[in-house]
Design a protein around this ligand. Structure first.
Ligand code: FE
Length: 130
């Protein structure tokens, strides 16, 4: 078995676990570009002590390279935990993050999200560089 065998994918408009990557289709080489990654843009994912998104990782695969580069890890650590019991806490971190990148070659952004109950989900987005 390979890790890829258990990473699921689907259309993010229909499946709430799929990470959404918001980025321009095209950027200028070496210029700062803001990339937003999130889970639940169209259909909200639960955010409870028992069921939540723990993290999203973002990768970049240059079209000139065989290897992928890890760009960032975004951890979501608060899900209503409290001394009063589950879901009584005062803070919840939403699965939403912003990365600022500089790219020198075209390639593909790949996001992987982890739900503590439903495992790993991925999506990708092609980005060209002028
Ligand atoms: Fe889930």
């Amino acid at each position: 078995m390979k890790l890829g065998d258990v990473i699921q994918s689907a259309d993010w408009k229909a499946e709430k676990h799929v990470p959404v990557i918001n980025a321009p289709d095209s950027v200028k080489a070496g210029e700062k570009v803001t990339v937003e990654v999130c889970v639940g843009k169209e259909i909200e994912h639960p955010n409870t002590t028992e069921h939540h998104i723990r993290w999203i990782k973002l990768y970049f695969k240059s079209e000139n390279s065989k290897f992928v580069t890890e760009v960032g890890t975004y951890q979501f650590d608060a899900h209503g935990e409290s001394t009063e019991g589950p879901n009584k806490g005062s803070a919840y971190s939403e699965p939403w993050a912003k990365a600022v990148l500089k790219l020198n070659t075209a390639g593909t952004l790949i996001a992987v999200a982890y739900c503590n109950i439903h495992g790993l989900w991925e999506s990708s987005r092609r980005i060209t560089v002028e």
